[in-house]
Design a protein around this ligand. Sequence first.
Ligand code: AMP
Length: 116
Amino acid sequence: MSAVQDCLFCKISAGVIPADVVLESDLAIAFRDIDPKAPTHVLVIPKKHFADVTDLMSNDPDLASELLTLATKVAEHEGLATGYRIVTNNGEDSGQSVAHVHFHVLGGRSLSWPPG
Ligand code: AMP
C-alpha cells in the first residue's frame, strides 16, 4: 500500500487516525463522514492513494469497480432501500477538500436534485 505523507485518508486507512468504519474489503474501506450531510453519510476510499477520480481512472480503473461495489454494500448495510446517492468531487471547482479519491454514499432522507 502506498501512503502519501500528510494525507488524512491515508492515515485513516492505515489506522493512524481513528474513523467509524462501516465496512472494509482488501482494497477499500468505508467509514462515516465526520460532518454528515444526510442521516447516512459514508465515505468509500481505496486504501491506496489516488488524488481523485481522474487519477484513479488513469492508473487503476479496475479499482473503481471495487469502490462502487463496496458503496452498494454500504447502502445495503445501512438499509437504504428507498434510494441513495453516490457522489464524488473531483478537483478545486467541485469543492473537493480531501485529495484522496472518495465516494460519498448519502441516504436516509429525500435528497434534493440538483445539488448546490
Ligand atoms: P470532499 O469535500 O468531497 O473532499 O469530501 C471530504 C469529506 O471528508 C467531507 O464531507 C468531510 O466532512 C469529510 N471528513 C473530513 N475529515 C474527516 C475525518 N477525519 N473523518 C471522516 N470524515 C472526514
